[in-house]
Design a protein around this ligand. Structure first.
Ligand code: GLC
Length: 684
């Protein structure tokens, strides 16, 4: 059952496409203050709280205070409160479990057993919101009904599941070519190369630098011939420059967000001074969305939308305030207090609350101050692009993912989880975040593999890719000035190649499971407790995940680890693909049809320790399930989805069946019966 309660005058966020009628009865479970800004509920001793999508910390969100306010925040650390997304859905796992979605686009805080270990205290800036209460037999049943409520998740084209190589620092065609040559020379599979801001002319959206990428259209076509897709970035801010038509048109038509005095708000982002298009206004969305056609008409079929929290390094006013404060400090002799104040000053002007309260949006006949609807900005930038694609290419899927998001954005594009660091702890964070993202509808998602900021190391990158082969968005991306991070930079090529090939080998399964999850409102990544709700120990496990219907994952996320402890809620078949070298010394080695060696071992339910060398990926097949494998190829276009080799764990059954999904990878006829077929493994 889903019940909706409306308080105050909520802004239409579009998170829920078809809203159930609002109830006038009292809101259950929570105590709500008279001003409608605070909701309190007691937590049971061992109660687990799931949800919140893109957030730090664990699968169980208990023990911290989280803020929903899309943030350009490269500090994905324990003390952080907000990341780039705002996903206000949580599930309480108690005797009668229930879920709640606060459809509120302003700032909200979820103190989940932090200030009071026995209470969940949720606060908002105003009372204006729709609150949805969902009940169900289990937390997973509640998640599924939430997913039905918010509508079908975005489905990317098949090439979006192929590996993506990215780096902030590929400045020109020659840089891209060097990377591609290395991929070919080392025989590593690849589908996509992302173009970061340097492809543009002076960071101007929808332009391409003719110096660095001459004959762009021909170049895009040449790469498509090689089955490589170039995926350009688009930033939220439009550079202020007379003669730049996007700026001129936006200015002339009043498409940019305005200050109280009616002048256009100015924010400093990569291009310098920029204006923010008012994406909440459908006319602006149409205008901005259609600008993407400049690139699609040049053959581009995928984009990443960035800096759309929106991120701002400074505003004109912020700079002025800082200047005055600096002058005030310098007008006296600098003491220790002044010294530290100066240090923090410039950082404090970025993404400042004062700036978020200084500009306005006009849509649906209302005028809203930005901070009151902040979390809808990036969402509507992505919606602008998706709506434009839908108009021009109604039968074709384009690749689209964003940095900022709100629930609802999951229908229009995927998300990547922003500027993490090359830290082992961020690999673990990536693992723990995936199921929460899926609960909130973000199926096509992933982290910057290898880490964005700081220097990676070969072992970290390899272990991270070994988890990344399961995330639908699989992208190696790194920041300017950090160590080069392509998989061929660290020696050990055989291990990197086998890891990437495993992604393509598993593609039949990954694609089938993704499509079933999208079409049937399932989670691709699930906490163990979702599949084994009666298993008290499974509820405690935070570093293993269920992946699709057949697999459990137990990634290695610690440096120098040669294996790990694993909890098996039931008997499972442990599988590892091993190197030819290892195959010579292992006993009971088996070989796939293409000669790839692997070992398998049925393991009983319970706790066990598994050995996993640096070049190995552990897989666990559930009893009565099977795993279809493909012959790896250099890209998704070359994969043959019809020749599957089946690994199964019949566990006593004579036959194991699997619902296998395939399609042409680009059209949108998802439910055609011919897309589904049953694969049968017969013991013998
Ligand atoms: C932001 C993005 C990052 C990108 C950089 C430069 O930090 O999150 O992915 O590389 O901007 O465009």
């Amino acid at each position: 059952m889903i019940a909706r309660y409306t308080f105050g005058t909520p802004v239409e966020t579009g998170a829920v496409p078809t809203k159930p009628a609002a109830l006038s009865t009292a809101l259950p479970f929570f105590e709500r203050t008279a001003d409608g800004q605070k909701y309190t509920l007691s937590l049971g001793k061992d109660e687990i709280v799931y949800g919140l999508g893109e957030q730090i910390r664990g699968i169980n969100k208990r023990g911290w205070s989280y803020t929903s306010f899309c943030a350009d925040n490269p500090h994905h650390e324990e003390g952080t409160h907000s990341l780039y997304g705002a996903h206000n859905f949580i599930v309480f796992d108690r005797e009668k479990p229930f879920g709640v979605f606060f459809d509120y686009p302003g700032e909200m805080t979820f103190d989940i057993g932090c200030s009071d270990p026995n209470a969940c205290i949720i606060t908002a800036k105003t009372p204006d919101m729709d609150v949805y209460i969902l009940d169900g037999e289990t937390p997973y049943a509640i998640v599924k009904s939430f997913r039905r409520l918010i509508g079908q998740s975005y489905i990317p084209p098949l090439f979006g599941f192929g590996f993506q190589q990215s780096r902030w620092g590929y400045k020109c065609k020659e840089d891209v070519e060097k990377v591609l040559e290395a991929y070919t020379a080392y025989d590593l599979p690849l589908d996509n190369v992302c173009l970061d801001i340097d492809y543009m002319d002076n960071y101007k959206d929808f332009t391409v630098s003719t110096d660095r990428f001459p004959d762009f259209k021909d170049y895009v076509a040449e790469k498509r011939e090689e089955n490589i897709h170039l995926i350009p970035i688009i930033d939220a801010g439009v550079k202020i420059e007379e003669g730049y038509d996007v700026y001129d048109e936006g200015k002339e038509n009043g498409y940019f967000c305005k200050k109280e005095d009616g002048t256009d708000f100015v924010a400093g982002v990569w291009p310098g001074r920029t204006h923010f298009p008012d994406f909440l206004d459908p006319t602006v969305r149409k205008w901005f969305g259609e600008k993407y056609y400049r690139l699609t008409e040049a053959g581009i079929d995928g984009f990443w939308n960035d800096m759309n929290e929106p991120a701002m390094f400074y505003s004109d006013e912020g700079l002025e305030r800082a200047k005055q404060q600096i002058q005030a400090v310098f007008s006296k002799e600098i003491d220790i207090k002044g010294f530290f104040a100066l240090g923090g000053l410039m950082n404090s002007i970025s993404n400042s609350p004062a700036d978020y309260a200084a500009f306005y949006h006009e849509f649906d006949g209302i005028r809203a101050r930005h901070d009151t609807i902040h979390n809808l900005f990036g969402y509507n930038m992505t919606k602008a692009a998706a709506e434009a694609f839908e108009r021009k290419y109604p039968d074709r899927r384009l690749l689209l993912y964003s940095r900022a998001s709100y629930i609802g954005a999951h229908r229009y594009g995927g998300i990547w989880t922003g500027d993490n660091m090359s830290w082992w702890s961020h690999l673990l964070l990536n693992i723990k975040m995936m199921p929460s993202l899926n609960m909130c509808g973000f199926l096509y998602s992933g982290a910057d593999l290898g880490g964005f900021g700081a220097d990676t190391s070969g072992d970290l990158l390899l272990r991270w890719l070994q988890f990344g082969i399961f995330t639908p968005l699989m992208r190696d991306h790194s920041a300017l000035g950090t160590l080069d991070q392509e998989p061929y930079r660290f020696g050990n090529i055989d291990a990197f190649r086998r890891t990437l090939q495993l992604r393509y080998r598993l593609m039949g399964y990954i694609y089938s499971e993704f499509m079933k999850a999208a079409l049937e409102d399932e989670c691709l990544f699930r906490p163990l407790a979702f599949d084994y709700p009666e298993d008290a120990f499974a509820k405690r496990v935070e570093d293993q995940l269920m992946f699709g219907e057949s697999l459990m994952l137990a990634p290695i996320y610690e440096q120098n680890a040669k294996g790990r402890y694993v909890y098996l809620p039931e008997d499972m078949l442990f599988i590892k693909f091993i190197s030819f070298e290892t195959a010579q010394s292992e006993r009971n080695v088996e070989y796939l049809e293409d000669g790839t060696p692997f070992v398998k071992q049925p393991l009983p339910a319970g706790h066990t320790y598994i050995d996993v060398a640096l070049d190995e990926v552990p897989l666990f097949i559930r009893p009565g399930k099977l795993l279809p494998l493909l012959r790896p190829a250099n890209n998704t276009a070359e994969l043959d989805f019809s020749s599957t080799e089946l690994l199964a764990y019949p566990h006593g059954a004579k036959e194991v069946a699997y619902r296998y999904y395939t399609d042409d990878g680009v059209s949108k006829d998802y439910s055609s019966p011919s897309n589904f077929k049953t694969l049968i493994y017969t013991k013998g």
